[in-house]
Design a protein around this ligand. Sequence first.
Ligand SMILES: *Cc1c(COP(=O)(O)O)cnc(C)c1O
Length: 373
Amino acid sequence: MICDYRALALAGVQNLTPYQPGKPIDELERELGIRESVKLASNENPLGPGVRALDAARAQLSGVALYPDGNGFALKRRLAEYLNVDATRITLGNGSNEILELIARAFLAPGRNAVFSAHAFAVYPIVVQAVGAEARVAVANGPDHVLPWGHDLDAMAALIDGDTRVVFVANPNNPTGTWLDEASVHAFLKRVPEDTLAVMDEAYFEYAEVDGYPDATRWLDAFPNLIVTRTFSKIHGLAGLRIGYGVSGEAVADILNRVRQPFNTNSLAQAAALAALDDADHVRRSVQVNREGLRQLTAACGQRGLGFIPSVGNFLSIDVGREAAPVYEALLRQGVIVRPIAGYGLPNHLRVTVGREHENRRFIDALDKVLAS
Ligand SMILES: *Cc1c(COP(=O)(O)O)cnc(C)c1O
């Protein structure tokens, strides 16, 4: 008899579709026989890491025979100072993705549910369904809203019931780039029951320059059910090292600390992250390149009559006015890698990471060619 191992998995796991990462550049170039392609597909920092972070990681290399500091003492101490909270409230993760997963493992199970928005980050359904919990997806803003496809916090609050243990809010959201203002988030947090964890995913926090964009960490004392997650993958340019963190009430941090693996963040990542926090110049430069790049991309869309979702992140989702998948494929053949987001319920949009001037120009020129043919 042949056992069906797929059927043995939890029902929620069987129904998962794997997260689709952007194509690695080498693989694409080999496949298509092209060179010098540009990757604007995974919201990485086009400037790379800062020199300080890179030097710090390099200095750790010779020590990799030893396990890393399992408690991330130095990094947590520095983060505590940076965030003005006690270090006992910080949880380090192998990317902030891991924090999202730890939250699901510790607080969700069959019979419990988690609420998030349509068109939200793809990792939420994965971590929720993987532990057999129910994913409740709230309708998002409509196409005519000022922030089309963004989170509708009223719709989200309406889905919360007695079995809701977690609600995920991305601010700004990926792949839409939409954001939520201080008053709305604060009002929402007041509506979330105290036995439901409110996760504020702030992966793009540093990029959001718009007036009224909130720093949710200042509500940590008021809401013991609040967890704010941030990452070194985006503005700090350290995506390959996998390091992020959650900051929460002490009780929640204590629980997350119990389920994580003993050495979940590596020594290179800890050292690089620590140095990155001291490199305000690199952050400033990265914000500036992003600001200029967003302007360049939105202006190009305007000139061509292409719609886009107003973004405060380091990416822009552009409505190409037709099914985006073939446009994505054709762009690949021009050596430009972007991200189709049909899997997020936006079949006519392409998400483009904001690059440096010449990278954005490559994308715009390639798009012109593709849309003309
Ligand atoms: C990129 C991203 C993250 C962070 O990913 P890590 O690399 O695991 O830190 C978290 N949330 C959103 C919405 C993202 O886009």
